[in-house]
Design a protein around this ligand. Structure first.
Ligand SMILES: Nc1ncnc2c1ncn2[C@@H]1O[C@H](COP(=O)(O)OP(=O)(O)OP(=O)(O)O)[C@@H](O)[C@H]1O
Ligand SMILES: [Mg+2]
Length: 503
């Protein structure tokens, strides 16, 4: 039911609310009017019945032979029994012969002459409105009604019944007061309801204006609340969709710009890198040619020149490696997958660092199981990875140490069969906060490092469907873990490669 009302159209809801407020105000006022009317009627009916009872008593009580005083006292008690108060019984001369107030007895009350139909006829009881005496002095209003008591054909006394007009006035005042309170209460409640509903209904408009302002200022991440199935809800949903489209368009534009920039920059950088590599090759060759000259090598005065040439050669090799690494990071070439012998690849990588390791007094302990499976991988790329890892370990231990290499079968969360390789050294280790950063391109803590070795390694391993990470175990040195899937990685991880292989 609530949902039904919420889903009504905005205009229909407004009309319904106005109608409900008007109807409830009228209904409350109507109920108050009917109730007060009822009270006045009940009051008038009560008074009328009291008067009726008095009339009935004056008619019925007196027998012809009864003593007058006795008869009048009898009246008094009968009237008391009828529930009336403030009653005096007067003799025809106006003397109070019996009263509910003992101080009144014996006092004389001036009687007005009654108008009767004939002087001789029997006295009749009349209780007309004109018999009501009102005294408006001092703001007090009261009335007296006198009923003659007739025995035989003689008036033997009067019953005087008093009442306060103020009672009726007070009652009417009370009714007016209540009426006023009802009007005020319904007016205030109606106004509160109108203000509340106006705020509630116009809140989405405020939010929409605020949202539109935000969009105009370039904030496309605004989201309006989408509640309700009315026009406001629809407007909020449409606004959100519009903001989302604008956001997507801006993102796309940004990515296009970045891609354009990156591709331009990448293209420029790889052109420069190729040019630099050609020059380096030429310099390398030239240095080799100069060093091949017999006179230079034989004669001792040229020792300084020979040392400079050796430094030049070293720098050329270093720059050449940088250029190759740089080109490898940017290159999108997929691995050339073929069955390869993991043991042979690891041994080739060890052979490449062995000389330097020995020079630094580093032991390389390779504990590879005999049943190492043959792997579907790009042997040359894997060798680069292992070489990078081993080179880092060698560089981390200038004063000697040990490098342990282990390999074992493991299964990952998806029950894939993996080959896990662990390269552990006894160097200073990698601080915990750097364990992810070291794989980012150009992150290096070395003065001569480019920070590309592990970035290349991670790219290659991931191209093979595997992963490389620093072991979370707290060893004294560093431990790099390489995991390679034993299934064909090309099928799951390199769509470009799959295409090239099919072709
Ligand atoms: N075995 C290790 N022990 C201590 N720190 C290491 C080890 N391996 C890598 N690191 C840290 O990781 C950083 C990044 O290594 P990465 O091989 O990517 O770059 P690099 O060795 O500094 O330079 P290069 O491009 O010449 O390889 C290193 O600078 C070093 O701080
Ligand atoms: Mg390195």
């Amino acid at each position: 039911m609530k949902k039904g009302i919420l889903n009504l159209r905005f205009r229909t809801r407004l009309v319904l609310v106005m109608f409900l407020i008007t109807a409830s105000t009228s209904a409350i006022l109507m109920i108050a009017y009917v109730q007060h009317n009822r009270r006045i009627k009940a009051y008038v009916a009560g008074q009328t019945s009291d008067l009726g009872e008095i009339i009935a008593l004056t008619q019925a009580r007196i027998g012809p032979k009864v003593d007058r005083r006795e008869a009048l006292s009898e009246y008094l008690s009968a009237l008391k029994g009828a529930g009336l108060s403030s009653i005096n019984v007067l003799s025809p001369s106006g003397e109070v012969v019996a009263s509910t107030n003992p101080h009144q007895i014996g006092k004389k009350i001036k009687l007005r002459r009654r108008r009767t139909g004939s002087k001789e006829g029997p006295i009749q009881i009349t209780a007309q409105l004109r018999d009501i005496d009102t005294d408006t002095q001092a703001g007090q209003q009261h009335y007296d009604i006198r009923f003659p008591i007739i025995q035989g054909e003689k008036v033997i006394g009067y019953v005087q019944v008093g009442g306060e007009m103020d009672e009726v006035g007070a009652m009417l005042n009370h009714v007016y007061f209540l009426w006023l309170v009802w009007i005020l209460v319904t007016m205030v409640a109606g106004m509160i309801a109108i203000v509340y509903l106006t705020f509630r209904f116009t809140k989405p408009i405020d939010q929409l204006v605020e949202g539109a302002n935000q969009v105009a200022q370039g904030n496309l991440y605004v989201k309006l609340p989408e509640g309700g199935g009315d026009e406001m809800g629809l407007l909020a949903r449409t606004f959100n969709q519009m903001a989302e489209r604008l956001r997507d368009a801006r993102e796309l534009q940004k990515r296009l710009n970045e891609a354009e920039k990156t591709s331009l920059l990448g293209h420029f950088a790889s052109t420069v890198a190729h040019e630099v590599r050609n020059s380096l090759n030429f310099l390398n060759l030239s240095v080799d040619q100069i060093r091949a000259k017999r006179w230079l090598m034989d004669e001792s005065p040229h020792r300084e020149l020979r040392a400079s040439l050796a430094n030049m050669k070293e720098e050329i090799i270093r720059l050449n490696r940088l250029v190759n690494d740089f080109l490898a990071v940017g290159r999108q070439t997929p691995p050339n997958i073929a069955p390869c012998d993991l043991r042979a690849i690891i041994e080739q990588a060890i052979a490449l660092v062995e000389k330097q390791a020995k020079a630094q007094d580093i032991r390389i302990v390779s504990e590879l199981p005999d049943d190492l499976p043959s792997l579907q991988a790009d042997a040359a790329q894997l060798k680069t990875c292992f070489l990078n890892i081993l080179t880092n370990s060698v560089q981390a231990m200038p004063n000697g140490g040990t490098i342990y290499i282990e390999a074992k079968h493991v299964a990952d969360g998806d029950a894939r069969s993996l080959m896990q390789l662990r390269f552990r050294d006894t160097g200073p280790g990698i601080p915990e906060q750097d364990r992810e950063k070291i794989f980012a391109p150009y992150f290096s803590t070395k003065t001569t490092g480019f920070g590309l070795g592990l970035a290349i390694t991670r790219k290659i391993i991931e191209d093979h469907g595997g992963r490389v990470y620093v072991s979370p175990d707290n060893h004294s040195g560093a431990e790099m873990v390489v995991e390679l899937p034993l299934t064909d990685p090309a099928l799951t991880h390199s769509p470009a490669l799959s295409a090239s292989r099919v072709a």
